[in-house]
Design a protein around this ligand. Sequence first.
Ligand SMILES: [Zn+2]
Length: 333
Amino acid sequence: MKYYSGIDLGGTKIYSIVINENGEILSRNKQKVGDNKDVNKILEIINDSYKLSIENAGLKENDIFAIGMAVPSAVNIEKGLLLNAPNLGWKNIEMAELLSKMTHKKVFIDNDVNLGTYGEYCNGIEKKFNHLYGIFAGTGIGGGYIQNGEIIRGAGSTAGEIGHIIVKYKGPKCNCGNRGCLEAIAGKVGIMKYIQKKVDKEGKTTTLEIISPNWRNSIGSSALRKAIEANDTLVKKAIKRSAQFIGIAIANIINSIGVEAIILGGGLIEELGDIYMPIIESNMKKYSIAGGALPVKLIQSTLGDDAVAFGAAMIVTKKETEKYLIISKEALE
Ligand SMILES: [Zn+2]
């Protein structure tokens, strides 16, 4: 039996799993990332999480065939190069080589939402759909595009950056530097900016002042759920707006590339899926041309926290990925 490690490097946590060659998850480990965003410091935490997940699975490091790692960045997969992770402040880092050096394993790295979509695809959907798009909405919004089992990355490795398609000309400023990106409106950061603007400039009130007093700096999706349950009209309006824009973005995807299914995940969808999904669906249908959305299945993610790490581990089980495995000098010894 062969075993594989999947690692999800997020902005706030590192999540590692171990799977066997049948795609069964044997163990999980979660480690928090502190405020220190130094590459070597974070690599150490990754290494700890990786080792603990192997231990939890009752295995030895020697049992692991290869590591797949997901990073919040566009990635040059041939070179194992992390191109630009704005949330970590990292650019052009040879992440696969560094991790291979540390673990003495073969390493493959890719964008986190590409791998999250791939994880969902490998979790039963692959039997039903050949052509699907994944959208993960949390603090930001990311996308992944899969055709016949292959992740489509585009010539510049940026395909699937759905969070940065512009849905409102001269709209709110985005972390990427542009204005009116989907993420800047419909991601959690965009939602909170909208609520803040309504409170500060139009004198609107929100129950978030009580539910989550620090809401202006940071907020969990569960606090938004509580506000909606408390009948907070401002939060309700902000979530509706977010869902409408995601629906419009999906109509744009359908109008341009015509997928068979859209899979939605991420913190906002996990927590508020019952509110998001119907609004997304009606807008996706309204704005796609000539009934193009009618045969498109809209699916909510079922893997939750596992999706990205599972996709990272699954992709290194595939023969097609072998040519992209980065092997450091240390790993060959
Ligand atoms: Zn942007």
